[in-house]
Design a protein around this ligand. Structure first.
Ligand SMILES: NC(=O)c1ccc[n+]([C@@H]2O[C@H](COP(=O)([O-])OP(=O)(O)OC[C@H]3O[C@@H](n4cnc5c(N)ncnc54)[C@H](OP(=O)(O)O)[C@@H]3O)[C@@H](O)[C@H]2O)c1
Length: 307
């Protein structure tokens, strides 16, 4: 089968399409999936660049890809929930950029009806991340004010939708075409971060969810009410600033599991969550797809399709 591999760390030039054996079911709880679409995430790029060597070491050659959608072709003896032919979403952790992948059944869920494989491959990491930040760590409740930094991004767009569905007042930052997208996803207010100063326009926020990181994060302390929370999925926020502004601040490592996805999946099934696919590339164009994501201004999930 075809798979995408990094043999070494580096620029997208290290990305190769290779021929490898189809993986076999190793445990009675595994399912073997014929991948139809795979999500491309910033972490795939951070791993390739060698930025995750300590936090998430990998062995080379390495096949990236934390999520996929496809069709089950074989199941282990202990799998009763699925059968060959089922269309599923898989939280693969790695190896999504391949024609076939094996996944433990506990990280597989039935593909919601009405979604394309491309849309289905876009929901796992984003919904799991949004749920982890807004509700598990952020304890967001109806009527609270949340600011989502990067509200038209892959994770941010999911946060906008989940926060709105929970009855929060949602403010998003975005730029370019992302301003319109964040509004369409349900944000009550959208701030164009390239032309407007969020710290001047917003205050009294209960929860800030930062999906952009960088220096822009520091400004976000100013918009919180005392006792509010700043949670980042990119870089750990300054504890010194948290003390100064009398707020809580922390980094969230998302729980991408079937359990964490339940709330978002209900919204998907009810038509209240729109999967946002930014651009679709072929598996063999993985380098192009990652470069597209690296360039920014992406607005939604980048997907690889597998013929
Ligand atoms: N901790 C975790 O568990 C976890 C889980 C998922 C993702 N992540 C990380 O979260 C980050 C976002 O992931 P993603 O998939 O959502 O990426 P993405 O789709 O590229 O989204 C990033 C968003 O940030 C916006 N942005 C960039 N600079 C900004 C600034 N100065 N102010 C406001 N917004 C800004 C971008 O808007 P423009 O395009 O308009 O500039 C974009 O919408 C990545 O670093 C990823 O590795 C972490």
């Amino acid at each position: 089968m075809k798979a995408i591999q990094y043999r070494t760390y580096g620029s997208s030039d290290v990305i190769e399409e290779v021929e490898v054996s189809i993986p076999s079911i190793q445990s009675e709880n595994d399912v073997l999936i014929r991948v139809k679409a795979a999500g491309v995430s910033p972490i795939d790029i951070k791993i390739r660049m060698g930025f995750m060597k300590e936090a998430r070491p990998v062995e080379m050659p390495f096949t990236p890809g934390g999520e996929a959608a496809g069709v089950i072709v074989a199941i282990g003896d202990g799998v009763t929930m699925f059968k060959a032919g089922d269309q599923v979403v898989a939280l693969t952790k790695t190896n999504g950029y391949s024609e076939y992948v094996t996944v433990n059944k506990d990280f597989v869920l039935p593909m919601p009806e009405g979604l394309s494989f491309e849309q289905a491959a876009s929901i796992g990491v984003n919904i799991g991340t949004a749920q982890s930040v807004l509700f598990t760590a952020g304890q967001l409740e109806k009527g609270r004010k949340v600011l989502i930094q990067g509200g038209a991004g892959a994770a941010g767009g999911a946060m906008v939708q989940l926060a709105k569905a929970a009855g929060a007042y949602v403010i998003a930052t975005a730029s370019g075409k992302g301003v319109e997208l964040a509004k369409n996803l349900g944000a009550d207010q959208v701030i164009d971060y390239k032309s407007q100063d969020v710290a001047r326009l917003v205050n009294d926020i209960d929860l800030v969810a930062d999906t952009a990181g960088g220096q822009a994060q520091e400004k976000l302390f100013q918009v919180l009410k005392p006792g509010g929370k700043l949670l980042s999925i990119v870089i750990p926020p300054s504890q010194q600033l948290a003390e100064q502004y009398k707020v809580k601040a922390g980094f969230v490592a998302s729980d991408i599991s079937v359990k964490t996805l339940q709330n978002g999946l209900e919204l998907v099934k009810a038509g209240k969550f729109k999967p946002v696919v930014s651009k679709v590339f072929k598996l063999g164009e993985a380098a192009k797809a990652q470069d597209f994501l690296t360039a920014g201004g992406v607005n939604g999930k980048v997907i690889l399709t597998v013929d």
